[in-house]
Ligand binder design. Structure first.
Ligand code: ATP
Length: 476
């Protein structure tokens, strides 16, 4: 399937099967804002749990917190977001459409040969690293890049736009102070560094993890839930002794890639992209990119942030944010290696990987199915229980099985339509296991289990169902 078609097919499927809806759809939607439906919310929660447990349960030296979205406005001054959290943009004077300069050049690079495209991206990265806005504009002009709407190359100068949303805290206008919706979750961790270190008696190296909403006024938001204005991040800041950050950076690069592969996604769908232009706080940075239907794009960033954030907060708050290292009898401001992954982008990655249109035609008949091959541990529904008929006590047996299983994992009961149709509906939702209860069940206490991916079926003991599913959905 062509990539653009695949993206459209996934968007359509998400809507049809209760995964993801456009926000405020009955009012024609709100651009780049999405709502998760009944299955999407479960999938998202399962991915969040998997990340959270991988960090805070599987690492004895990582703890999780939940900081507020609103923070003191000086936080964003100290972090550099007020002055630096902006993207170079360019407007087309005819269409009045605004583009992110890197997106415009990247899109053009994709239309060129591999070699020419790479040369263009290299030049762009050098210009971005040097903040050379005139050079970027010249690059756009020299390449004859035109606006997709007006079809002209009538461009403004390149300018910076801040991406933070501002709002008022306080009910009386004169007394209200302007605050920001956080554009990343990381700062909630930095300002709580000492609270957690002291109360948790944490010894370096240790990490603080957090998941939560972040907000960015993305100028060009596109690609479904890839780039949203309200989204969720899963971040972990790992505090280390100065001088050891390179080792920890390499450690987390490898550890995070392993996490991705543990979801059953093949290595060739991932690649690392090392940054040439480093953010103002970083001494090394890379992205983990996944091969989305739109091509390889960032899903996670790994950044060695030095002692920038803690030092800045120390300076702006006037409070000491140092750690006393008993091994060397010294106080220091720790260095930080962070892993920062977008939850919504991970949902999109998992869905892109799972979505399959399969041709099942035989010589006798045409047939096909749409299936989501989600990893069982992430699937919204783990088990569907389907009585063959609505009578003869079969629904009662099905209900008994559900009652036995539902304290442990999410089940679904369905008695309408033929078994074949019900299987296909569960395939489309991504349910890994279906159990059919039939008349034989009443005689010998066995059921048919049907596996989503292979579509094979086998007869197993009713009493073994719960443990079998539990075994297949375990995360660790
Ligand atoms: P991009 O270059 O795509 O704008 P970024 O480098 O600004 O991303 P970070 O600031 O490193 O992103 O944020 C960490 C992660 O948060 C990203 O890897 C991505 O998964 C997620 N993320 C960032 N911006 C968005 C967004 N607008 N919508 C959805 N997820 C996002």
């Amino acid at each position: 399937m062509a990539n653009e078609n695949k993206l459209q097919a996934i968007i359509g499927h998400c809507k049809e099967y209760g995964y993801i809806f456009q926000s405020s759809e009955i009012y024609d939607g709100l651009s780049a804002v999405y709502d998760y439906g009944q299955y999407g919310a479960e999938l998202k929660r399962n991915i969040r749990d998997y990340w959270w447990r991988s960090m805070t349960q599987m690492h004895e030296n990582i703890v999780g917190i939940d900081a507020a979205i609103f923070m003191h406005p000086t936080v964003w001054k100290a972090s550099g977001h007020v002055d630096n959290f902006s993207d170079p943009m360019i407007d087309n004077k005819d269409s009045k459409k605004r583009y992110r300069v890197d997106h415009l050049l990247e899109a053009h690079a994709e239309t060129l040969s591999e070699e020419a495209g790479k040369a263009l991206i290299d030049t762009m990265e050098q210009l971005l690293a040097a903040n050379d806005f005139d050079g970027l504009r010249t690059l756009i002009m020299d390449n004859g890049i035109k606006c997709g709407v007006s079809g002209t190359a009538n461009w403004t100068d390149v300018r910076q736009f801040n991406l933070m949303f501002a709002t008022q805290l306080g009910s009386v206008a004169e007394e209200a102070s302007e605050i920001y919706l956080r554009p990343e979750t990381a700062q909630g961790i930095f300002v709580n560094f000492l609270n957690v270190q002291k109360t948790g008696r944490m010894k370096i190296p240790f990490g603080i993890a957090q998941t939560g909403k972040a907000f960015r006024n993305e100028i060009v938001a596109r690609g479904f839930i890839f780039r949203m204005r309200e989204f969720e991040q899963m971040e972990m800041q790992f505090f280390v002794k100065p001088g050891t950050q390179k080792e920890w950076y390499e450690y987390w690069k490898e550890a995070r890639m392993k996490w991705h592969l543990s979801m059953g996604i093949p290595q060739e769908h991932y690649r690392f992209h090392d940054h040439v232009k480093l953010a103002h706080y970083a001494d090394a940075a890379c992205d983990i990119e996944y091969d989305f239907p739109m091509g390889f794009k960032e899903v996670e960033g790994i950044h060695s942030r030095t002692d920038f954030d803690l030092s800045q907060h120390q300076k702006f708050s006037g409070k000491k944010l140092t750690y006393f290292d008993t091994d060397i009898n010294q106080h220091y401001v720790p260095y930080v290696v962070e892993t920062s992954i977008g939850l919504d982008r991970t949902v999109m990655m998992v869905l892109s990987e799972a979505y399959k249109e399969e041709d099942l035609s035989t010589a006798e008949k045409q047939d096909s199915r749409v299936v989501l091959n989600l990893p069982p541990m992430l699937a919204p529904i783990k088990l569907a229980v389907l009585p063959l008929t609505k009578k003869d006590g079969l629904p009662e047996l099905a209900r008994e099985l559900i009652d036995q299983c539902k304290p442990y994992f999410k089940c679904y009961y369905e008695e309408k339509d033929s078994i074949g149709k019900r299987y296909r509906r569960q395939d489309a939702i991504g349910t890994p296991f279906c159990i059919t209860i039939d008349h034989q069940t009443k005689e010998d206490q066995t059921v048919t289990i049907r596996y989503r991916d292979s579509m094979t079926q086998e007869r197993i003991a009713l009493s073994s169902v719960r443990d079998l599913v539990m075994d297949k959905i375990k995360m660790f």
